[in-house]
Write a protein that binds this ligand. Sequence first.
Ligand SMILES: Cc1cc2nc3c(=O)[nH]c(=O)nc-3n(C[C@H](O)[C@H](O)[C@H](O)COP(=O)(O)O)c2cc1C
Length: 189
Amino acid sequence: MSDSAPTLAVIIGSTRPTRAGEAVARWFDARARGHGGFAVELVDLAEVNLPLLDEPHQAVKRMYEHEHTRRWSETVSRADAFAFVTPEYNHGVNGATKNAIDYLYHEWRHKPFAIVSYGGASRGLRAAQALTLSLVSLNMASAGVLSISLATHPVTDGLFAGDDALAASAASTLDEMKRLSTALRPLRD
Ligand SMILES: Cc1cc2nc3c(=O)[nH]c(=O)nc-3n(C[C@H](O)[C@H](O)[C@H](O)COP(=O)(O)O)c2cc1C
């Protein structure tokens, strides 16, 4: 990996104590590190620990009053691309992920994203669709969706193993994210 490799933030969206999301995210994080095209940072929303949006000004104004917002802004600013590892809750995206997105505006713009969604038979696709709508409204570009059924690919002893088809899907999504990251760079400079 070269010094100029773009930074990819792999975001663990679930904050539940018994979450499956961390295992799924660690699996994708390992694929991303193995890909070699990115400097990879694992970002855990449980550790970021944002309260429900409490900034008095809309993020577009970038007038942050709280230290937690400034820290979150720095984390998102230093990333060139994002992989949102998201559960499906009640046919939508989970609240912690949406709340973390709503905190910021400029920091997300003109950057590519992938979604790694998971759930039951629906494989988290409805969460992925809801999340895509929000991210596209921030002028972000979709590099693809990996959707995982925990019924057929369960987390066992804290580990998610995936399979060859999922690994191939992760690889092509990472390739696309790398291309989009290069293509969108001039819009951010
Ligand atoms: C609040 C809540 C709502 C859920 N709603 C759905 C759903 O709409 N569709 C689905 O496939 N699974 C649903 N599930 C099951 C989750 O897919 C499963 O619990 C998964 O492990 C949640 O991700 P997490 O463990 O990383 O939080 C729901 C789980 C929770 C906790």
